[in-house]
Design a protein around this ligand. Structure first.
Ligand code: PLP
Length: 437
């Protein structure tokens, strides 16, 4: 047992090292742009824990420099979609130019050769088998494919939540209308700092007809991290499958998908992974692939080959292949370091405004319950007014949310966010709250 653990660990170390070599390979754009400087920045922090590195401004300055964000507005809506670093943009542009030298030749015969290595790279990042990974365009596509593809029949029950993403809610409702499945939604009043309360809410909703639970890993409206592993363990004890919406978790939290103990997972790579805009990924546990029908055609729709979900017809190969540089970028930072840095940025501004009169946070600041996203509101100021004041007076872009039981402005930093930007946010909230009546 111990031996096999060590062999597995060693194997995964060798694989990790191989991908890192890929990240720093002499020919990659990443190498040309960053490898030398990053290696020396990395040497300076190698002895520190990810939490300690999170506060090392010299280290993060190198990463900030890799982005090309506007110097004139402050973008704190990275939860909506994130920018790509320059190397990723350059990769897409380069592949696009190549494509246009002869699309059918360069796309289908040259760039397409990169799909299997990319699958392996994503699998390594996800801690999964390449045979469990399909590359597509976003979470909506990944999760809708699974939701519509599962063999549910009339009166089968699905449990979700009111604060799941509308595209998934709508897909379940469509199946309810067309096929008579029963779709139930739980109501949570976030923030909740009690895993058992959340798990119990799902468990209490289970009946003998429940076939599926849908969980949003990080709730996009207020950033609550859901206890996915505990929900999955509970669901398994009842023989129920779980779909995880990982739109906001993959590339942000340091985890391996199989460790969640879920059956299905979908994510957008253009959020925290900073991959090209319009890129996503689906993961299905190997033995479950054959039971999910693809949304689009395949000559063997009940087969066990994950590639049956990739028959999207002609689409952007440059965007797809550009994902590789985003994985290089992620691997070179280190997933845990990135998670801790972004959590530090969230806490940096949130703790400074937390106790101001009239200011209310809508997100727990405990590390197990939040990372990047935090909701904030000011008494006497509507979310729309707060959004307008932040943008019009301070040029801080964020998003106001009034949906179900949520009413706040959502702030989401990313690795390129500077402390100076967050100081400006703190000043803005302080001044707006100071004037509120
Ligand atoms: C929780 C969640 N799921 C799914 C999506 C859909 O992502 P996409 O537009 O990339 O399909 C979003 C988008 O913000 C989201 O927040």
């Amino acid at each position: 047992m111990l031996n096999s653990f060590m062999t597995n660990n060693r194997r995964s170390f060798i694989k990790q090292a191989a991908v890192l070599t890929g990240a720093f390979s002499a020919t990659s754009l990443f190498n040309q742009a960053h490898a030398e400087v990053w290696k020396s920045a990395e040497r300076k922090v190698a002895h520190l824990t990810p939490q300690q590195v999170a506060t090392d401004e010299d280290f993060w300055a190198e990463i900030q420099r890799a982005y090309t964000v506007s110097p004139n507005i402050i973008n704190l809506n990275n939860g909506g979609v994130s920018p790509s670093p320059l190397v990723v943009q350059q990769a897409v542009e380069r592949y696009n130019q190549l494509t246009n030298e002869g699309p059918s030749y360069f796309m289908w015969r040259i760039l397409d050769q990169g799909r299997e290595p990319l699958r392996e790279k994503l699998a390594l990042l996800a801690g999964a088998l390449p045979e469990e990974i399909a590359i597509n365009r976003n979470s909506t596509e990944a999760l809708n494919t699974i939701i519509y593809g599962l063999p549910l029949k009339s009166s089968d029950e699905v449990i979700g939540a009111r604060l799941d993403y509308p595209h998934m809610v709508q897909a379940y409702r469509a199946r309810a209308t067309r096929e008579g499945i029963v779709y139930k939604q739980l109501t949570f009043d976030f923030p909740i700092e009690n895993d058992e309360q959340i798990v119990k809410a799902y468990e209490d909703a289970i009946t003998s007809k429940t076939k599926l639970i849908h969980v949003t890993h990080i709730v996009n409206y207020v950033g609550q991290i859901m206890p996915v592993r505990k929900i999955c363990d509970m669901a398994k004890s009842h023989g129920i499958e779980v779909i995880v919406d990982g739109a906001h978790s993959f590339g942000l939290l340091d985890f391996k998908i199989p460790d969640l103990n879920c059956d299905y997972f979908g994510t957008s790579l253009h959020k925290f992974l900073s991959a090209p805009i319009g890129s996503g990924m689906m993961w299905i546990k190997k033995e479950k692939i054959s039971k999910v029908f693809p949304l689009l055609c395949d000559d063997n729709p009940q087969g066990a080959d994950i590639r049956k979900f990739e028959n999207l017809g002609t689409r952007s190969f440059p965007i797809e292949q550009g994902i590789g540089e985003a994985v290089n970028f992620q691997m070179a930072i280190g997933s845990k370091r990135k998670e801790e840095r972004i959590r530090y940025l969230k806490n940096y501004w949130a703790t400074k405004v937390q106790h101001l009169p009239k200011v209310k946070l809508h997100t727990s600041l405990k590390p197990e319950y939040s990372c990047a996203i935090c909701g904030v509101s000011v008494d006497g100021v509507t979310p729309a007014q707060l959004d307008a004041a932040l943008f019009n007076q301070y040029k801080i872009h964020q998003v106001s949310i009034v949906f179900e039981n949520v009413s706040c402005v959502r702030i989401t930093p990313h690795v390129y966010t500077t402390l100076a930007d967050l100081d400006k946010l703190v000043k803005a909230i302080t001044e707006i709250a100071g004037k509120a009546t």
